[in-house]
Design a protein around this ligand. Structure first.
Ligand SMILES: C[S@@+](CC[C@H](N)C(=O)[O-])C[C@H]1O[C@@H](n2cnc3c(N)ncnc32)[C@H](O)[C@@H]1O
Length: 458
């Protein structure tokens, strides 16, 4: 093949030599998808090469473009679905004829989504972590397969001089497909988004264009208190003069950044009220909150069970956000110590403790990297450490800080089994045994996986 690098490797029996041809960037391949790997991409093989294909499901035959040819494998993105898998279920969330980018697994029957997630947790722990001897419990299915998200972030684009509000087309930062009804959001959440879009059209405002660095409208974030029915909207724009927008919060961003964080003015409700596990909570717009309220309750239920509290324990709630996990454990513990890097989230946690008359919970605004040591000195040794880090997991250094806590139990809430695995392996070397792992499906129609792991000191 012209311009392609070739390597040879032994395949099978004596003397059998197979050609492995490394595909080139931009090359188009026809591929049969065999299975799904962590992150949701399809696995296919081309001339002995493993190719990870975005936007394809097992059983599909696709035309795909190679985006990253590497030594051992290549990455590609689907250009055309040549023959859909016979197992595909019809897409039910589409925007302007495109499958919803927020629901890349909607073509997979729900039971198969669950089976893949279960398998990927097992695979990550065994293959990456080299772990065994643990009990992998059956994944908890989601209470609602659609309309479960309490937060969605939309982008503005422009078509024929009019603003459109929706999602970036898959793999395209410069194209926005308009959304009328997204089945990940509630009906009310959809109405509210469309009202803001209609206001923008009536005011003939322009969308921000990152190439020319001109225009006003950037993003709209819609958050919803599922139990309180409160909706909170935050509009993100460039600086400019225009009539007061019909939203709760208005963030102004200068420069070409694609982010949504910046100075924010309050026009309506500053905080969002929600109820969770019988607690009344309030959250600032910058604070993390689980995006599936109903399943967050189930997740915290598993944490409660794994923590095995008897009423007197000292619990560290590391990466505590607005304090949700610690506050739901407080009634059955002696004392709770929450630690979190965002000061606004810590202020929310303190307010939430007070509002719910919880007096045995304290919160510290600190980076886990430098804050766990001082917390240990101040509070004393914990009986249980709960950890709920971002997708990147814990650095080796933070794992060492956790080990120094010498807690008999660690309950690790993970949104990425491939980072849980090495963290659990490092804890294993320090004498912790991985006992139980329970996946909980927080994100139907997507490849995202959440699970809770219990580790005990031997
Ligand atoms: C997955 S969220 C969990 C929040 C909370 N436990 C909950 O269930 O709502 C991870 C949290 O870790 C915080 N975080 C990220 N990096 C951190 C760090 N280095 N030290 C402390 N907290 C951090 C984030 O701000 C976020 O609130």
């Amino acid at each position: 093949m012209e311009g392609a690098e070739s390597t040879e490797h032994r395949a099978g029996g004596e003397g059998a030599v197979a050609e492995r041809t490394r595909p080139r960037r931009g090359e188009e391949l026809e591929l049969e998808i065999e299975t799904l790997v962590y992150g949701g991409r399809g696995l296919a093989r081309s001339s002995g090469y493993v190719v990870f294909v975005a936007g394809a499901l097992p059983g599909d035959r696709v035309r795909a473009e190679v985006t990253k040819p590497k030594r051992a494998f290549a990455e590609a993105r689907t250009l055309e679905l040549l023959r859909p898998s016979p197992d595909r279920v019809p897409d039910s969330c589409e925007h302007e004829g495109e499958p919803c980018p927020g629901a890349p697994w909607q073509g997979l029957a729900y039971e198969r989504q669950l089976a893949h997630k279960q398998e990927q947790v097992d695979d990550a722990l065994r293959r990456i972590g080299g772990l065994d001897g643990f009990e992998l419990e059956q994944i908890e299915p989601a209470a609602q397969r659609w309309r479960y998200r309490n937060k969605l972030e939309y982008s503005f684009g422009e078509r024929e001089g009019e603003p459109v509000l929706g999602f970036h087309a898959r793999g395209r930062w410069d194209v926005v497909v308009g959304v009328e009804d997204c089945r990940l959001a509630s009906e009310r959440g959809n109405e509210v988004r469309n009202e803001v879009r209609d206001w923008a059209r009536a005011e003939t405002l322009s969308a921000y264009d990152r190439r020319s660095r001109r225009g006003i409208l950037r993003n709209l974030i819609v958050r919803e208190g599922r139990r309180t029915a409160q909706i909170q909207t935050r509009l993100v724009t460039s600086p400019g003069r225009f009539p007061k927008p019909p939203v709760d919060l208005h963030t102004v961003i200068e420069g070409p950044s694609g982010g949504t964080d910046g100075p924010t003015g309050v026009l309506g409700a500053e905080r969002l009220a929600e109820e969770l596990c019988g607690l009344r909570l309030e959250l600032s717009h910058g604070a993390f909150f689980q995006t599936n309220t109903e399943m967050a309750e189930r997740l915290y239920g598993v944490v409660h069970e794994f923590a095995g509290l008897r009423g007197r324990e000292r619990v560290f709630d590391l990466y505590c956000g607005i304090g949700t996990i610690g506050l739901t454990l407080a009634a059955d513990a002696g004392e709770i110590w929450g630690l979190e890097i965002i000061p606004e989230a810590i202020a929310d946690a303190e307010r939430n403790a007070e509002a719910n008359r919880i007096t045995n919970a304290r919160f510290v605004a600190a980076n886990a990297r430098t804050g766990v040591g001082p917390l240990l000195e101040k509070a004393g040794r914990p009986d249980v450490v709960v950890i709920d880090p971002p997708r990147s997991g814990l650095s080796q250094k933070i794992v060492r800080r956790v080990i120094e806590c010498e807690a008999p139990r660690i309950v690790y809430v993970s949104c990425n089994p491939t980072t849980l695995a090495p963290n659990a392996a490092q804890l294993g070397e320090a004498g912790y045994r991985l006992r139980r792992v329970k996946p909980v499906d927080m994100f139907p129609q997507t490849p995202h996986i959440e699970c809770v792991a219990l580790l005990e000191r031997e």
